[in-house]
Design a protein. Structure first.
Length: 100
């Protein structure tokens, strides 16, 4: 199964700050990660791979899931995607590796 990793473009630092109220944190988290939790609940293997970069230079992931026990399928797919669209050396503009 293929879904987005998050439902929105990556948010600004502090979006999930612990100083926010509980209800606000739950609302923001539910909106952002609604696609990925079902695999955690079902116990299915899943992974997110950074296949796109926004206009602001932020990574957007594709979330891949498979049937229980199909971990090797996901690793094989991730390897093929990395070969087709390498991401190991791509970093957002203000990440530590990009600054040095």
């Amino acid at each position: 199964m293929l879904t987005p990793t998050i439902a929105t473009e990556p948010w600004r630092l502090g979006h999930l700050s612990p100083v926010l109220g509980r209800e606000e944190l739950i609302r923001r988290t539910a909106r952002a990660v609604g696609y990925t939790t079902i695999q955690n609940i079902a116990g299915c293997p899943a992974m997110s791979v950074p296949l796109h970069v926004t206009d602001r230079g932020l990574p957007l992931g594709a979330h891949l899931a498979a049937a229980p026990g199909a971990d090797a399928l996901l690793f094989g797919l991730a390897y093929q995607l990395e070969q087709a669209r390498p991401w190991a050396d791509r970093w957002p503009p203000y990440s530590i590796p990009a600054l040095f």
